[in-house]
Design a protein around this ligand. Structure first.
Ligand SMILES: *Cc1c(COP(=O)(O)O)cnc(C)c1O
Length: 464
């Protein structure tokens, strides 16, 4: 093992040094991948030296997500305290189904979940669990909502058509989950949004009333805290009124920006959260832990057990159910995703988490100010969002993002809202400083100056 750890250190040192000078790795087209890298698996093993060389090649050729050149997805950076926790989780290799197998780590998980419930304002009756991502925590919410609406479904299957409600701007896991849960993709109702991308509660109410009149059983309303493109927050309080009126389970998908619960300044975006039935967020997004770290909490823990518990004598052999988290999980074996969050939280305190969140909004302010003050840019996103959406010189976003990627300049992605296409720049990496945000724009502008003539830009605009 010592040799493997030493090799890890060697690889890490090489990567960290190179990331400083090359924040974006050279682009390898997918159709050349197997020619450029030796990924082959062969009959006879290789010697340790060659093995390490192969690993070096692989590590150095992998897209870099922790640098100041990566703004492509809703995560980024490398928080050292959380990475330490993740490395320990690998070393310890506990499976989080029983107290017998995970012991103290069950305590770690329980403390994190309890603290999150407390911050929301929920009592001892609330609980939660970790799943393999935001898509899966959303799935869990849908299953609990389905079972809460009709407890027979678990045994007999769906007999009566059910519907779920989510905004048109919500995450694509909702229709997928509708298919997995037996509710069906066609029974997802996409509620329109206002001009800043938030679900319109009146439209929601209308859609529900119509479905009830048509003989459907509405089971879930999903609100989004940080829509995937614009980073918009649905109005939790107004939507919850509709949920209450029709007695429908309400979930808040905070995968992207639900971590605002840690910020005194920004938690108002989730005003009324204490009244919803379930809430999920990804600590691997705003909090910056390694992938994946996805939590779901429910106001009444009974629903977790109702939907996910199964007796298994060969597994659950000691302790009370409360210390056997396998009884409330989607999985059987489950990796320890709580530890990385706990090691970070233990180190910086809740105030430290607040700082991480607030800093991302500060960085977004810097980016929005820059875009607003430079006439070659057009802004498409809104205040209080860490997604800053813009176009530069009206160059089609897809063209520019693809070129930046293929020329190994910057990794940033593009999105669409209503009629507009634009670059979506996310200030999710809290390890960036304001200078690095400004550096992004400088790199972008220099890249355009070097690679596009005014004539070419003109042509691109026309063909867009
Ligand atoms: C990222 C995201 C998800 C999915 O989370 P994964 O961990 O990638 O599965 C769900 N909802 C929203 C709003 C997201 O931004």
């Amino acid at each position: 093992m010592e040799k493997a750890l030493a090799d890890f250190q060697t690889l890490a040192a090489k990567l960290l040094a190179d990331e400083k000078v090359n924040p974006v790795v050279d682009y390898i087209p997918a159709d050349q991948l197997f020619d450029q890298l030796d990924l082959s698996l062969v009959e006879n093993g290789i010697d340790d030296h060659t093995h390490l060389e192969k690993l070096k090649e692989l590590v150095m050729a992998t897209p870099r997500t922790a640098t100041n050149g990566f703004f492509n997805q809703l995560y980024g950076g490398r928080n050292e305290k959380a990475v330490l926790g993740e490395l320990l989780a690998v070393l310890l290799n506990n499976s989080m189904y029983t107290f017998k197998a995970a012991g103290a780590q069950v305590g770690v998980e329980k403390v994190v979940l309890r603290k999150v419930c407390e911050i929301i304002g929920w009592d001892e009756n609330a609980d939660g669990t970790f799943a393999t991502g935001g898509s899966m925590t959303n799935f869990m919410s849908m299953l609990m909502a389905r079972d809460a609406a009709n407890s027979k479904v678990r045994h007999e299957g769906i007999q009566h058509k059910m519907t779920v409600y989510t905004s048109i701007e919500s995450h694509y896991s909702i229709p997928k989950n509708a298919s997995f849960s037996g509710i069906g993709r066609n029974n997802v109702r996409y509620i329109p949004v206002n001009k800043v991308g938030e679900m319109i509660p009146e439209e929601l109410d209308k859609a529900i009333a119509k479905d009830i009149a048509d003989g459907y059983q509405p089971v879930l309303i999903n609100a989004t805290a940080g829509t995937t493109v614009l980073g918009a927050f649905d109005n939790v309080q107004a939507i919850q009124k509709v949920a209450k009126k029709h007695k429908i389970w309400m979930h808040v998908d905070g995968a992207y920006c639900g971590s605002v619960i840690f910020s005194g300044k920004y938690k108002h975006h989730l005003k009324g959260l204490e009244n919803v039935d379930s809430f999920s967020f990804n600590a691997h997004k705003m909090i910056g832990t390694p992938l994946t770290c996805s939590l779901i909490v429910v106001k009444d823990k009974k629903h977790l057990r109702d939907s996910f518990a199964n007796e298994a004598e060969y597994l659950f052999q000691t302790e009370e159910d409360d210390f056997n988290p396998g009884k409330t999980s989607l999985q059987c074996g489950r990796r320890n995703d709580a530890l990385k969050f706990w090691t970070l939280w233990k180190s910086v305190g809740t105030k430290g988490l607040e700082k991480i969140v607030d800093h991302q909004f500060d960085l977004a302010d810097t980016a929005r100010d820059y875009v607003r003050n430079h006439p070659d840019y057009q802004l498409y996103s809104f205040e209080d969002s860490i997604s800053v959406c813009f176009n530069y010189k009206n160059i089609p976003a897809e063209e520019l993002c693809t070129q930046l990627y293929e020329k190994a300049e910057l990794m940033v992605s593009y999105g669409t809202f209503q009629e507009d296409d634009f670059i979506r720049f996310v200030t999710i990496n809290a390890q960036n400083s304001k200078e690095e945000i400004l550096l992004f724009f400088k790199r972008l502008e220099e890249f355009v100056a070097e690679n596009y003539t005014e004539l070419k830009i003109e042509e691109l605009r026309v063909t867009d």
